[in-house]
Design a protein around this ligand. Structure first.
Ligand SMILES: [Zn+2]
Ligand SMILES: [Zn+2]
Length: 252
């Protein structure tokens, strides 16, 4: 039985089209026995979402709310077929993107209009090669198809984590579910970490992962490659990426 200790993709009111606060999301995460919650509001290109100051000021948040560790994250929008993203690297003279705890990069059809018949392999490889990105968000969109073998090999080579998104893979289209299953099988074959996330836009959806877990159990996905099955796995990764984070948590 697969259990999860972190939800690494959630939205708050700051996204503009989500409905709960970070306090409400953290309470829900605690209720569901999660140890880590990533707050990943949409980056500025999403209409109505937070502006850059929201991300620049995330350190105003406590490190723990209701005994749940809060990761200061963002869901970037991919803007073009070169893999450009909607986040300035420098903010008041600092590399803000590199300082974020947790960075998701996702393709959204309202931001990047899909071109019928276009092969998105090159775009996904460009995202794989972006050192700021941790997690590839919901890569199952049928309109953005790519060579799964080639792309998953690039994710492996660049130490990327691939998302199985409870909402996107199971509640948008049958083809998304089919694509997600193929991608998960390729990740198992190539030893690529995956992360099962809710993409919650309300506190009631935080920690929701039933359909994703059922699929992973069906295909006998190896537990050791489920990144957020263990909080310690997430922390080991973060401490390598951010050497000062361990001290910051100890001193909190
Ligand atoms: Zn998204
Ligand atoms: Zn999202």
């Amino acid at each position: 039985m697969i259990t999860l200790e972190a939800d690494l993709h959630t939205h708050t009111v700051a996204s503009g089209h989500a409905y709960s606060t970070i306090k409400e999301n953290a309470e829900a995460a605690n209720f569901k026995n999660l140890k880590i919650l990533a707050m990943t509001d949409h980056a500025p290109a999403m209409p109505g979402s937070a502006n850059i100051l929201h991300f620049g000021n995330l350190r105003a948040l406590p490190r723990y709310i209701n005994n749940v560790m809060i990761l200061r994250g963002v869901e970037l929008n991919v803007l073009d077929t070169q893999g450009s993203v909607d986040f300035p690297e420098m903010f008041f003279g600092r590399n803000l993107l590199a300082r974020m705890d947790w960075v998701i990069a996702s393709l959204h059809e309202n931001i990047l209009t899909p071109e019928p018949g276009f092969d998105y392999t090159g775009l996904y490889i460009a995202i794989a090669e972006n050192p700021a990105v941790d997690l590839i968000g919901h890569p199952d969109t049928p309109a953005f198809s790519f060579d799964i073998e080639e792309v998953v090999k690039a994710f492996k080579a660049n130490n990327k984590i691939v998302e199985l998104n409870e909402h996107h893979a199971f509640e948008t289209s049958e083809q998304s579910r089919i694509n997600a299953k193929k991608i998960m099988k390729a990740c198992a074959k190539h030893g690529v970490y995956i992360s099962v996330n809710s993409d919650a836009h309300t506190c009631w959806d935080v920690g929701r992962h039933k359909q994703a877990v059922k699929m992973l159990e069906e295909i006998k996905f190896p537990e050791e490659l489920i990144f957020n099955a263990k909080a310690s796995r997430v922390l080991d990764y973060l401490f390598k990426k951010h050497p000062t984070l361990k001290d910051e948590l100890n001193n909190f």
